[in-house]
Write a protein that binds this ligand. Structure first.
Ligand SMILES: [Cu+2]
Length: 119
């Protein structure tokens, strides 16, 4: 992308091209800056998180629901969020304001792991 922009400028389009490109990059930034915040559900069933990885825009609230007949928790590796022990059909929600990769696990069954990727 950047390489293409450079060679275009070198082709001699000059100041007009630079101005045009400035406008183009501004509008694409504006478009990318409006992610649609939403709610995303992760189901806990049969000792696993489904889907195990969710990718969401910043500002999204993720809700975990325990559909298993065994208590589970949702605990982030970095202690960013931590649920209480959820019995069957109990829910836990967390709103992801900042971009990053948030790995988590069930503290009752540490082999249960999942990930939320916030963009
Ligand atoms: Cu568990």
């Amino acid at each position: 992308m950047r390489r293409r922009v450079c060679s275009f400028v070198l082709m001699g389009a000059g100041i007009a091209a630079v101005a045009f490109m400035g406008g183009a990059s501004r509008s694409s930034v504006a478009k990318a800056g409006q992610p649609q915040a939403a709610n995303v559900e992760v189901k806990i069933d049969n000792f696993s998180f489904g889907p195990a990885t969710v990718t969401v825009p910043a500002g999204t609230t993720v809700t975990w629901t325990n559909r298993d007949d065994i208590p589970h928790t949702v605990v982030s590796d970095d202690k960013v969020f931590k649920s209480k022990v959820m019995d069957t059909d109990e829910k836990f929600s967390f709103t992801f304001a900042k971009p990053g990769t948030y790995s988590y696990f069930c503290s009752v069954h540490p082999k249960m792991t999942g990930k939320v990727v916030v963009q």
